[in-house]
Design a protein around this ligand. Structure first.
Ligand code: NAD
Length: 485
């Protein structure tokens, strides 16, 4: 990690002296502005989303540079995972915000005869978006698109670990928006804490389950609603009926893309014992196809880096701990402490107590376990916190259905990986430990909207059931219970 990057990170570790006051000032401005945005039109919201999208497209080169400086992210991966998802999100919102905003009419129930009702989607108000470093631009600006579509103001708190990306986003936001609508505050824990003191109307947090709990605790003080996009150990189950080349192609890509630093990366891989050797060979071949020889991968520009030395040490420790308990390295294992570099590494024979089996890996280590009985895998997955993603590979549909039916996960892809994230018409989110609430498209819009139920009385007769409770009133209540509800 270059000293320049470390210097900027150190600078952001402590919030500037006047930051709390600045937060106070901008929050007050946004609270005022949020009231007027309650009646904002679809056209006004779409115009803002278009400005954000254009700023992103105008600054593509700078985003490439910032991501490279922060963790040597290859430009192709920046295009695919930072630019493309935000543009997709923006295009979806540009096309559909008008329809999403339309009040939803609901049918009149028998007991409510004589009334009319609808659901109105109103902006929640002032929102806070706290984002992680692993897809810094995407995970800050994609939720911002949803916040804008829903008519909110927003304060963004990007990660201190990717300072070049955070600075660039701050510059872009200043250029495109007034701070009374959208503002950025950079910094680490102290900055988050200063922000979390404020009574936001919604908090959209993406990050680890551990920090998710802190965010939810802080939100509870103001009873602020939350969307928590968290992480965990996403399992992959490869049946003997699977197309092994296809499975290896998907898993090797999904695992080592962004150097394994993806919330929905395959974490634990369970392979049917009958096909384990063939699967491992297929993965090795895919690694060679993607990155050439693992011996020289350190100089390969298509392979991103672990974000910093702290995370490098954490991941290297997982490897050392697994090996000290007898795990075998089937491929990879090369490392360079000075460069925070760790090659794609396949591991087998791992003790269940090894730390790599307990915590989210978030790096280029791939533990491979075998199974014979599907029940064993399902039980193992169910003994762990519910994952953000679960992947299943097999041509045997009964096997696939059994795995999906027997488990719970935020989302699932069959015979592929990660596509549940990129699919524009699916909700994206976790369940319990891997998250609360949903993002993307219409679901993102709803996360930032309050669904207000509105009923209008025209000629209902519910007043006939008001006191005094005469024999007639009681009869009417009983009839209503019997025939109308
Ligand atoms: P993190 O939880 O450490 O940090 C996320 C954000 O929270 C950062 O902006 C950070 O400054 C802030 N933060 C850190 N500690 C805080 C505290 N004590 N109080 C308040 N704010 C605090 O996560 P990370 O290391 O940046 O990202 C990796 C994690 O994020 C992984 O667990 C990964 O699975 C998860 N993730 C989830 C998704 C998703 O969409 N579900 C996407 C990307 C990453």
């Amino acid at each position: 990690m270059s000293t320049a990057v470390q210097d900027i990170r150190d600078r952001f570790a402590q919030a500037p002296d006047n930051q709390a006051t600045e937060i106070e000032r901008v929050f007050a401005l946004q609270q005022k502005r949020a009231l007027t945005l309650r009646t904002s039109t679809a056209a006004e919201r779409i115009a803002k989303i278009k400005r954000l999208k254009q700023a992103l497209l105008d600054r593509t080169e700078e985003i490439h540079e910032a991501c490279y400086k922060d963790f040597r992210k290859p430009p192709a991966e920046v295009d695919m995972t930072e630019i493309m998802p935000v543009v997709m999100e923006a295009n979806d919102a540009i096309r559909h915000t008008k329809r999403w905003m339309k009040p939803m009419k609901v049918p009149t129930t028998l007991a409510m005869l004589g009334t009319k009702a609808h659901v109105r989607y109103e902006p929640k108000g002032v929102s806070l978006i706290v984002s992680p470093w692993n897809y810094p631009v995407n995970l800050t600006f994609s939720p911002l698109v949803s916040a804008l579509a829903a008519g909110n103001t927003a304060i963004l708190k990007p990660s201190e670990m990717t300072p070049h990306c955070s600075q660039l986003m701050e510059d872009m936001v200043r250029e495109v928006f007034d701070e009374s609508e959208i503002a950025v505050f950079q910094g680490a824990v102290e900055t988050s804490q200063n922000l979390l003191d404020k009574p936001f109307d919604h908090i959209f947090f993406t990050g680890s389950p551990a920090v998710g709990k802190i965010i939810m605790g802080a939100a509870a003080k103001h009873l602020t609603s939350v969307t928590l996009e968290l992480g965990g150990k996403s399992p992959v189950i490869v049946d003997k009926s699977a197309d092994l080349d296809k499975a290896a192609r998907a898993v090797a890509w999904g695992k080592f893309f962004n150097n394994g630093q993806t919330c929905i990366a395959p974490d634990l891989t369970y392979v049917h014992a009958d096909v384990k050797d063939e699967f491992v060979e297929a993965i090795k071949q895919r690694l060679e196809t993607m990155y050439g020889s693992l011996e020289s991968i350190e100089s390969n520009a298509d392979y991103a880096r672990i974000v910093n030395n702290k995370h490098y040490k954490r991941i290297k420790h997982l490897l050392d701990d697994a090996q000290s308990r007898g795990a075998k390295v089937l491929a990879g294992g090369q490392h360079d402490d000075a460069q925070d570099f760790l090659a794609p590494t396949l591991l087998t024979d791992i003790e269940p107590d090894a730390e790599i089996m307990q915590e989210e890996i978030f790096g280029p280590l791939m533990p491979i376990m075998t199974f014979k009985d599907t029940r064993e895998v399902i039980d193992d997955i169910n003994s762990r916190p519910k994952p953000l993603a679960l992947y299943v590979f097999g041509k045997d549909n009964a096997f696939v259905d059994r795995v999906i039916g027997g488990t719970s996960a935020g989302g699932t892809a069959i015979n592929t990986v990660m596509m549940q994230y990129l699919h524009g018409n699916l909700p994206f989110g976790g369940v319990n430990n891997s998250g609360i609430g949903m993002a993307h498209g219409h679901w993102g819009f709803k996360s930032f909207s309050h669904e207000r139920g509105i009923v209008r009385d025209r000629f209902s007769s519910t007043h006939l059931m008001h006191p005094p409770y005469t024999p007639f009133t009681r009869k009417l209540i009983n009839w209503t219970i019997k025939y109308f509800v």
